[in-house]
Design a protein around this ligand. Structure first.
Ligand code: NAP
Length: 644
């Protein structure tokens, strides 16, 4: 009989506890039924090297007998070996062989380099440490990190690893970034929590498979405290401006605080202010006359009571879709204003609690958690391919390529199923552009909510807001008490509202406006803005998402850290990207982006925030294949940078 133990270190540093409880074989078997059998196969093989286990096909192709064999052997192993011990990273060749076994596909060296940290065996995956003697850090040297959301915490932890002095500046009174401000009903992650946690702090005891906003906030607060970032954070400090002092190679930061303006000097600035910091304001004619409440979900009032109210929900992006079900259950009537239909996909176990058996398995089956993470991300390795049109396929009458069109069929079928075949809804809901042209939206019961008696779907354009309602172009005025403006964010306003003034008094936003919108080198650096690195800057969101954003936050932070360490090593005080390297990079980026669905007619071109509508260029995403981009962001091209 195995033992159930919950270990503080292993599970996210919750209350220290040791629960000694018998775990019956039947409990372990139930855990197996809930587990990712691919991860079970890998973990079991890693421990036993049983050739019969290695010979099994991926979980989806297991026949009854093979499935039974896997479960029997894993259950038997667990009855003797269950433990909360973390498994050390296998030797490189072995790790590569295990990763190949996991997907059944050989990897290039570059793919292996980009993915080897995904299972998270190393203590600090994706981060950089220093081999040999560290360069001395000059007296008073300081890095300022702007923002304490996921990426600011990543940057802080990276500084902790290297012993670099840093201060995090956070405008909110607590850590969490976007998760601090977004407190609307039913807010939660829409990627599995196993891929939406840091690899250096994995195995958090998530209550649900897709953690709720509050849990994500708690997780981030926990990480920030555990790794010392919290103690280096200035809360309620709102950065107003950052000005580079060329005489001293320092950034001078001005902040608004509850105690009045404050100033801080830093040798390096790492911005980690996210892309969703600036809520779009509704600009409908007459909106200022509305006598009810207008609410952006990122500013949800804690006292908002919708019982008996007539509500308008404008927008059907990730937020509008996530929020509708909860509002419809509370309000008297909801009018959903849809401007453009979305492709909205189901997610298995969305909204479901993590089953106790599975929670036990995650904690007590060594290496299961590593391979679970790996398999969850491996499922997305080929997503890039969905976004590249296939001319041959199109010549035969296809929309994009075979896989994308198959997805389109599947999602169309889903709309039919979820609406109960209601043709009036289906006609309005099936998009005329391809899936993946925009950020995929996850269904939180949105289609079903539209079939409720108290919900209507409105596709006529909003032309005006009156004192008491919303008027559409067909002349209809709907009486409304509360407008929920789920209309998204001014994504192109990177780093705003703070003002950044670089060398020669150049304003960053003016520089971008003179060109074709925000651009950067690797999403991180802009010429003329020395000693400044951006995390999640322009064109940095990997299209293939595959490795999960928390891993990328670490990768970007580690790039900045490498640059800083080199600067210290050489005793220099100024580092920046060269103009020609920036231009070369951006030319290649534009060329690569031109091949993608997002910029084609099938993609609807500027119908989404990935594309900068004013300039018709890809704005948010990095168009590269994920392993290529990973290499660019981890193997620094020193010739592209100038140090002085
Ligand atoms: P969004 O994706 O930009 O969607 C905005 C919605 O508002 C769209 O439906 C848009 O219509 C509509 N809209 C904007 N202006 C309008 C107008 N004047 N009239 C009518 N409709 C208008 O914004 P979001 O839903 O807030 O999501 C932003 C991002 O936040 C997501 O892509 C995701 O990355 C993140 N997010 C994540 C989660 C999560 O679960 N993890 C949840 C929420 C948000 P058009 O389509 O016609 O432009």
């Amino acid at each position: 009989m195995a033992t159930m133990r919950c270990n503080k270190e292993a599970r996210g540093g919750m209350e220290a506890m040791t629960i000694e409880a018998g775990v019956e074989p039947a409990f372990i078997r139930r855990a197996m039924e809930l587990a990712d059998l691919n991860a079970v196969r890998l973990a079991l093989y890693q421990h036993t090297r049983d050739p019969e286990i290695a010979a099994l096909p991926p979980a989806a192709r297991l026949d009854e007998a093979q499935r039974a064999l896997l479960i029997d052997r894993a259950a038997a192993w667990l009855e003797r070996h269950a433990s909360t011990e973390q498994v050390a990273e296998p030797a490189e060749d072995d790790l590569r062989a295990l990763m190949t076994l996991a997907t059944g596909k050989e990897m290039s060296d570059m793919e292996f380099a980009a993915r080897r940290d995904l299972p998270g065996f190393r203590r600090f995956p994706f981060a950089v440490d220093w081999q040999g003697e560290k360069p001395p850090v000059p007296e008073g040297f300081r890095i300022a990190i702007i923002g304490s959301g996921f990426s600011g915490i990543a940057a802080g932890v990276q500084c902790e690893i290297l012993g670099l002095p840093y201060t995090v500046i956070e405008r909110q009174p607590e850590v969490g970034g976007t998760w601090t401000i977004n407190r609307y009903p039913d807010v939660r992650v829409d990627t599995p929590s196993v891929t939406y946690e840091f690899s250096f702090e994995k195995g958090y005891r998530w209550k649900e498979h897709f953690g709720r906003g509050e849990e994500v906030r708690n997780y981030l607060a926990h990480v920030s405290r555990k790794y010392g970032v919290h103690d280096n954070t200035l809360f309620s400090h709102d950065l107003q401006s950052a000005t580079f002092d060329e005489a001293r190679n320092l950034w001078v930061l001005e902040m608004a605080t509850p105690d009045g303006p404050k100033m801080l000097e830093a040798n390096i600035v790492i911005t980690a202010s996210g892309v969703f910091a600036n809520a779009r304001e509704p600009a409908f004619e007459g909106v200022e006359t509305f006598r009810g409440r207008i609410v952006h979900p990122s500013k949800w009032p804690a006292d908002l009571d919708l019982a008996g109210k007539r509500v308008a929900v404008i927008g059907n992006g990730s937020t509008g879709v996530q929020i509708l079900g909860a509002l419809a259950r509370e309000a008297a009537h909801v009018s959903v204003f849809q401007r453009t239909p979305q492709w909205i996909s189901p997610r298995e176990k969305y909204g479901a609690p993590v089953e106790p058996e599975l929670a036990w398995l995650i904690e007590n089956f060594p290496a299961y958690q590593n391979w679970w993470r790996y398999m969850a991300t491996a499922a997305l390795f080929d997503i890039h391919d969905l976004q590249v049109p296939d001319p041959e396929w199109q010549a035969k009458g296809g929309h994009v390529n075979q896989a994308n069109d198959a997805l389109r069929d599947m999602l169309t079928g889903y709309i039919h199923k979820e609406t109960g075949g209601r043709q009036d809804l289906i006609d309005k809901l099936v998009p005329d552009y391809a899936p993946f042209s925009r950020r995929p939206v996850v269904d939180n019961g949105w289609y079903r909510a539209l079939t409720r008696d108290n919900v209507e779907l409105v596709t006529d354009k909003i032309v005006r807001v009156t004192e008491t309602g919303v008027v559409t172009e067909d002349g209809t005025e709907r009486e409304i008490d509360v407008i929920v403006a789920a209309i998204g964010f001014d994504v192109v306003k990177y780093l705003a509202p703070a003002r950044y003034t670089g060398a020669g008094g150049r304003d960053l936003h003016a520089t971008w406006d003179e060109g074709d919108g925000p651009r950067a080198y690797l999403g991180e650096m802009v010429p003329g803005f020395p000693n400044m690195f951006m995390i999640y800057g322009p064109n940095s969101q990997p299209l293939s998402g595959g490795t999960g954003l928390p891993a990328w936050y670490m990768v970007w932070a580690s790039y900045a850290a490498q640059a800083v360490m080199r600067m210290l090593e050489e005793g220099k005080s100024r580092i920046e990207v060269k103009q020609d390297a920036f231009e070369r990079y951006n030319r290649a980026l534009d060329q690569q982006a031109a091949n993608l669905l997002q910029l084609t007619r099938e993609g609807g071109v500027d119908k989404n925030y990935y594309v900068n509508a004013a300039h018709g260029r890809l704005q948010v995403n990095a168009p590269w294949l994920s392993p290529d981009f990973h290499r660019m962001c981890t193997v620094v091209e020193w010739d592209d940078l100038s140090l002085s």
